[in-house]
Design a protein around this ligand. Structure first.
Ligand SMILES: [Fe+2]
Length: 299
């Protein structure tokens, strides 16, 4: 009988503030939750746009087992070779096969194996191939290789993420949604036994618009002029904001799915017959006694 497994999933890490928040809090979270695996969506970690090898290495050194990505995967050119070379960093599996990187991997801890699959939605997104067909292909590839399977469905449309949850219900351990940066209140176990949440939210500053400085975001929305591509995260690796705006809005939120598993009734063709019974999700909002929590600057 396989033992229960705990997975800590942290939603989209946004900019330097998000990264330092994650790195600053991980030790306490590991102690409190005792996760077997830590999976992090890092597609906004480099100033809001993509990820660099240096940041990925920092996350791995901090104990992150797998990094998933999304629509900003290729924003930093220096990551291209790293995506091909490092097994535990995933771009969406339903990108074109010609694009750098790969979309699933298997990690092992303490005799338990976890397959992780990264998918991109197709609605309002630019993935080159269909997510649902690729989900089937990834599960086929993972058959007999992983006891548990976690799917990160990085998508804009809630309907598409809900659909993917139902599509994979009973076939994977968990489907977690990312990309919108706002956590949804629908975490639950689906009837087939799959843990599901439409979006876990971001790890980043809450005082802006999904991690972007609010003046920039509001101006673009109000004027209907281009600007989105030029928007900067509230705190980035490449240009840390020194503005008071950043300081007064430095509270951080971390979306996470914490998923102990063990019950006798679910058959999951994606792997071996691992039972499921319990699902628990929570969003952490950190506050220091003075009302703000700031990650250590040195991280
Ligand atoms: Fe995204």
């Amino acid at each position: 009988m396989p033992r229960a497994v705990n997975i800590l999933f942290a939603g989209d890490v946004v900019g330097g503030l998000g990264k330092r928040t994650l790195l600053g809090l991980l030790p306490a979270l590991r102690e409190r939750l005792e996760p077997d695996f830590i999976v992090v969506n890092g597609e906004n970690a480099a100033g809001g746009l993509g990820i660099t090898p240096r940041i990925a290495d920092q996350l791995f050194r901090a104990g992150v087992d797998v990094i998933t990505l999304g629509n900003h995967t290729y924003r930093q050119r220096e990551i291209y070779g790293y995506l091909d070379a490092r097994r535990e960093i995933l771009r969406p599996a339903n990108f074109l096969r010609s694009q750098p990187g790969h979309g699933w991997c298997v990690v092992e801890r303490g005799g338990v194996s976890l397959g992780v699959v990264s998918l991109s939605g197709n609605l309002f997104m630019d993935a080159g191939r269909p997510a649902f067909a690729e989900a089937d292909a990834a599960l086929h590839a993972l058959r007999d290789r992983a006891e548990h399977v976690l799917v990160d469905m990085h998508a804009e449309a809630t309907s598409e993420k809900v659909g993917m949850g139902w599509y994979l219900d009973g076939r994977v351990t968990a489907v977690v949604g990312t990309h919108t940066h706002v956590p949804t209140a629908d975490a639950r176990i689906l009837p087939g036994g799959t843990a599901y949440v439409t979006d876990v939210g971001m790890t980043g500053p809450r005082g802006g618009v999904i991690g972007v400085k609010r003046e920039q975001a509001i101006e673009a929305m109000a004027t209907k002029m281009p600007g989105c591509e030029l928007m900067t995260a509230m705190s980035s690796e490449h240009g840390k904001s020194k503005s008071s705006l950043c300081k007064v809005t430095g509270q951080c939120q971390m979306g996470s799915l914490y998923h102990p598993v063990s019950s006798p009734s679910v058959v999951r063709p994606a792997g071996s017959f691992i039972p499921l019974s319990f699902h628990y999700a929570e969003s952490f909002s950190f506050r220091a006694p003075d009302g703000l929590w700031r990650p250590p600057q040195s991280l």
